[in-house]
Design a protein around this ligand. Structure first.
Ligand code: SF4
Length: 368
């Protein structure tokens, strides 16, 4: 297939892996921020291709995984209100909250619908004028522009029963929060490809400048990722960390102007609660004053019981890169894709799901 096969060429991948091995002398730790990268890395055996000197950790780039239990409890509580239809993307439905899940709440009679775009949610609002339709907006900078577009459209059409619960999160502020923690001890970051299509490469400049950590933005095919690792190794070996784009067919330094304008029109910065990290200032997007009437937080004030975390689950450590899924005692035992204890095993972008699916039990390098 054009533009895919070229990036999966086995011979080229092996050549690139040899080049990385030849140049990598220091022991380094890299973090792939994005859940899509985690799955691609596991699926294509990238960890097995790179030398022992390189350790790779997953980061907080799976939107479902970083959604705090208290925020999930909010969505469930909204679903239990009379006359409310909750619309959301698929994975979150199976994630256990403190006392229930959306799946269980739906089984108990709540109207919860999985949609593939925010425009579908808008369609449901139009078709159900006697109901309040709330879209639970979970995601990063990639999802935010489409949610913004739906709010603008709802406003233009005078829709009065459409709301957004914005749980949107921003990548650069949480990268800073992780680097401030210093726990993962990173030498380089594999920058998120899809997020960077929207925001560009400039917002990451603080990573080499303030922390001396290399940052290379990558695509999602195996050759993209190996090329990115090669650039990271070169930067680290030369002691010259900087921001580089190894995904030029998708990412421009300035990002996507139209998408950024949509976000700026509808949202304002706010604090966001990240699983395993806590509240990070200005790391979330809230509905701004101009579109306040679409804000589900304001329209449906809730009083919630304190959140309870799943016992024994180490998703918080996994999203911080402080542990791998293999370090969780529940992995492959109490916690499997059929009986997930935490979100990292539920989500199609979750690190635990990726390790479960692609990590051979007997592989000597599975914990790398
Ligand atoms: Fe949580 Fe399951 Fe992952 Fe353990 S294996 S961290 S319980 S999702």
């Amino acid at each position: 297939m054009k533009f895919i096969d070229e990036y999966r060429d086995r011979g080229l991948a092996e050549k690139l892996a040899r080049r990385i091995t030849d140049h990598s002398t220091k022991r380094i730790r890299l973090m792939e921020f994005c859940g899509g990268h985690t799955h691609a890395i596991m699926r294509y055996g990238v960890r097995q291709l790179v030398p022992e000197t390189i350790e790779m950790r997953s980061g907080p780039g799976c939107p479902v995984c970083v959604t705090a239990t208290t925020d999930l409890d909010k969505v469930i509580a909204l679903a239990q209100l009379p006359g409310v239809i909750i619309t959301t993307f698929g994975d979150i439905v199976r994630v256990p909250g403190s006392y229930s899940s959306l799946q269980q709440t739906k089984a108990e009679g709540a109207d919860i619908r999985i949609v593939y775009s925010t425009m579908d949610a808008l369609g449901i609002a139009k078709a159900n004028p006697d109901k309040s339709v709330i879209f639970a907006g979970i995601g990063f900078e990639t999802t935010a522009p489409t949610i913004a577009a739906s709010v603008i459209k709802a406003s233009q059409e005078g829709l009065e029963n459409f709301y957004i619960l914005s749980l949107l999160k921003l990548t650069p502020p949480v990268m800073r929060a992780l680097l401030d923690l210093g726990e993962a001890k990173l030498d380089g970051i594999i920058g998120p490809g899809h997020v960077s299509v929207v925001i560009g490469s400039h917002p990451y400049e603080f990573i080499p400048k303030d922390y001396g950590v290399a940052c290379v933005i990558s695509g999602f095919e195996p050759l993209d990722i190996l090329l990115c690792v090669n650039k990271l190794v070169e930067q680290i070996e030369n002691g010259k960390p900087r921001v580089e784009i190894a995904y030029p067919r998708g990412v421009k330094p300035e990002g996507n102007r139209k998408a950024l304008e949509l976000m700026q029109e509808v949202f304002e910065f706010g604090e966001a609660n990240w699983r395993g990290i806590g509240n990070v200032p200005r790391s979330g997007l809230k509905i701004g004053e101009r579109y306040a009437r679409f804000d589900a937080q304001k329209a449906f004030p809730l009083s919630l019981e304190p959140a309870k975390e799943p016992k024994g689950c180490r998703c918080g450590d996994v999203v911080r890169g402080a542990a791998t899924p293999l370090e969780c005692k529940l992995f492959r035992k109490a916690c499997t894709p059929e009986t997930p204890v935490g979100p990292c095993m539920v989500s199609s972008e979750g690190a635990c799901a990726a390790y479960y699916q692609f990590c051979g039990l007997s592989s000597p390098k599975e914990g790398k």
